[in-house]
Design a protein around this ligand. Structure first.
Ligand SMILES: *Cc1c(COP(=O)(O)O)cnc(C)c1O
Length: 392
């Protein structure tokens, strides 16, 4: 494999605009045949010409051209030089956490993806890493949680499923002052709508399972960073612990990102349409969507986001919620999000069932809270589907 695009975005694509980067970044025609798409390099190892004489490829846990193309592609979309991919979003978060040594301390948003909260509260403690959960909307609370041994601040914005918005730039200043790193789980926004590195974050993380791959057919995660030393550290942890995505999954992810900009435009539009519709429905008591002027942090969302994605949640009476999610025809009752097809879920019983009940209730993840992932269908069909499902 001569001259693979290792960690570079391709000189012709470097100065391109976002939509062009989606299609081209990290990719160049394959050297042997000129294949226009990056092939699936389904191999575990590479033949060496002599001891220590190879082409930069030794073993697939360390290097794989398909994976590298996908990493360079997403890194370019986030405006970072280094992408480090994982077989799931949680594996990506775990890798960041493992840069914190035993005895270190993490401050995390309290309303994160349920699996993140579970890892922070039930797994990291076994490694001697302590985690404090706070409401990161409250800067004073974030600052108060910082300790001399704090090494990492973890934000999730917009948060799952309450669509809380954390001020990335302000949190970056808190992290800098504390000598800690800032990691932002930007999964709900996608690189189209939010660029945490430009706002001062050290690491941006995505569950690529969601918008980035976008077709509900692959699990994955990625970290993007600018700092060379941090990239090296993350690469070291990954190669030493082993969580690498397979070549086929990397290829599917790369195939997804090539249309990310087109899909997100429709997700953003349908998200807004559904939020506006649900807001007027008598069975709906509240809608959480950062794009609505009624969202308490709408101004902040407008400052740090360029679109608001297809993710929203709404509060209903538990019996109305149950009836609706079991009666939709287009919206599928499922635990994921960010795919081309619309989905809904009741987090208290599904994605957030592992969050301890007292925390769940304090956060507002009630049994009647429904989370929606607006797909890329015709928005009018989606509204009509909810209309018929909500009819009594
Ligand atoms: C799904 C998700 C994760 C976990 O990612 P997996 O790919 O399922 O491991 C983390 N954060 C957010 C916001 C998510 O939606």
């Amino acid at each position: 494999m001569p001259e693979a695009p290792k960690g570079n975005t391709g000189s012709s694509a470097r100065r391109s605009r976002f939509d062009t980067l989606c299609v081209h970044a990290g990719q160049s025609p394959e050297a042997v045949t000129g294949a226009i798409t990056t092939p699936v390099f389904q191999t575990s190892t590479y033949v060496q010409e002599g001891i220590g004489r190879h082409r930069g490829y030794e073993y697939a846990r360390l290097q794989n051209p398909t994976r590298e193309a996908s990493e360079a592609n997403i890194a370019a979309l986030e405006g970072g030089g280094h992408g480090i991919a994982f077989p799931s979003g949680l594996a990506a978060i775990e890798c960041v956490a493992k840069t914190v040594a035993a005895g270190g301390h993490i401050v995390s948003e309290e309303n994160t993806y349920g699996g993140t909260t579970r890892m922070f509260t039930s797994v990291l403690d076994r490694l001697g890493i302590e985690v404090t959960l706070v409401d990161t909307r409250d800067l004073a609370a974030l600052e108060a949680a910082i300790r001399p041994d704090t090494r990492l601040i973890h934000l999730e914005t917009p948060s799952n499923p309450l669509m809380r918005i954390a001020d990335i730039e302000a949190a970056a200043a808190v992290a800098r002052a504390a000598g800690a790193r800032l990691c932002v789980d930007s999964t709900f926004a996608s690189p189209c709508n939010q660029q945490p590195l430009a706002l001062g974050a050290d690491v941006v993380m995505h569950s690529t399972t969601k918008y980035i791959a976008g077709h509900s057919d692959v699990l994955g995660g990625i970290l993007v960073v600018r700092d060379e030393a941090l990239a090296e550290e993350l690469h070291f942890v990954r190669k030493s612990t082993g969580p690498v995505p397979g070549p086929m999954d990397s290829w599917l992810t790369l195939r997804g990102t090539r249309t990310l900009h087109l899909r997100m435009a429709r997700h953003n539009r349908n998200g807004t349409l559904l939020a506006e519709y649900l807001q007027t429905h008598p069975a709906v008591r509240a809608v959480h969507y950062p794009g609505l002027p009624s969202h308490p942090q709408h101004d902040l969302a407008c400052q740090q986001m360029t679109g608001f994605s297809g993710m929203l949640s709404a509060e209903l009476l538990p019996e109305d919620a149950r009836r609706m999610v079991e009666r939709t025809r287009l919206f599928r009752l499922a635990e994921s999000l960010g795919g081309v097809e619309s989905m809904l879920s009741v987090p208290a019983f599904m994605t957030h069932a592992s969050v301890p009940e007292p925390l769940r209730l304090r956060l507002g993840i009630t049994n009647g809270l429904v989370r929606f992932s607006a797909g890329i269908e015709d928005g009018r069909d989606l509204v009509e589907d909810l209309e018929q499902a909500l009819r009594t």
